[in-house]
Ligand binder design. Structure first.
Ligand SMILES: [Zn+2]
Length: 278
């Protein structure tokens, strides 16, 4: 079986705007992104809301197809007919583990249902501080040598954005706090068998200062970057990049091929030895 990576770590920072990633405010993330490949501009799905975006990451299809845009709807009908990424990975012998900030109410119910349906191997919830989540994930990675997709979900920037507004001092402070934690991913990015994918589910403040769900370029702009073995060092890609490109790229990274229904493309331009792999 062709397999390029043993670990792919997908870090989703809820509501992190690309323009919040500055060398003063988020020095660690800026450095990580400069070391690897990154999209000059990337967009999330529409509507630019967390449930829709995370479901798209989990299923490879846009909200139009999966129909999950609102945690309150609690309708998983259409998702049942899809081919979730963790299930596709399982067929390649790859586990999926999720390390997440604590969710509340309907969002928590939905996440649980989605994770069970999607074939996720384990979920480690109820960690409050971003540092705790990343540390527990890194300890897990060090102990478990099996091929695995590790999803790390941090929501501090989204919480601050809703409370005080996107790009407000409190929001930027939350981004800096997350950044101090991301520093710890640096050594993982040096492992030739590891790939770290950094992204966000949406931006915010495009229409309303404390919200992100209206269609607007600022709400839809997200960072997408990759660091790790065989990633083009220091390359900024001007190709169009979408959140939906992440699931096929993850499958490709484990030697698999995305189902035809997946709407994104493999981000081939991010990798060095593409010809050798083909
Ligand atoms: Zn939000």
């Amino acid at each position: 079986m062709r397999r390029q990576y043993r670990k792919i770590v997908l870090v989703v920072i809820d509501g992190l705007r690309p323009d919040a990633i500055t060398s003063d405010g988020m020095p660690a993330l800026s450095r990580l992104l400069r070391r690897g490949w990154r999209a000059e501009a990337a967009v999330t799905v529409r509507p630019s809301v967390t449930v829709a975006a995370l479901t798209s990451l989990a299923t490879g299809v846009s909200p139009e197809r999966h129909g999950l845009c609102d945690a309150r709807l609690q309708s998983l009908g259409r998702v049942r007919g899809l081919r979730p990424l963790p299930q596709e990975l399982r067929r390649l012998g790859v586990q999926t583990s999720v390390f997440a900030a604590q969710l509340t109410g309907a969002a928590r119910w939905l996440a649980g249902a989605l994770l069970r349906l999607g074939g996720v191997t384990r979920v480690v919830p109820a960690l409050s501080a971003p540092g705790g989540i990343v540390d527990v994930a890194l300890q897990w990675i060090a102990r478990n040598p099996s091929p695995e997709l590790v999803v790390i979900y941090l929501n501090d920037t989204d919480l601050a954005g809703h409370a005080w507004g996107w790009m407000s001092p409190a929001y930027l402070q939350a981004a800096t706090a997350v950044d101090r934690v991301l520093e710890r991913l640096g050594s993982l990015a040096e492992d030739p068998e590891a790939l770290v994918v950094l992204t966000a589910d949406h931006g915010g403040g495009g229409v309303l200062p404390q919200d992100h769900d209206h269609p607007h370029p600022i709400n839809e702009a997200i960072p997408v970057g990759m660091i790790g073995g065989r990633v083009m060092p220091g390359l900024v890609s001007s190709e169009p990049v979408r959140l939906l490109d992440i699931p096929p790229t993850v499958l490709h990274g484990f030697g698999g091929t995305a189902p035809a229904e997946y709407e994104g493309r493999v981000l081939h331009e991010a990798f060095m030895t593409e010809l050798v792999w083909a």
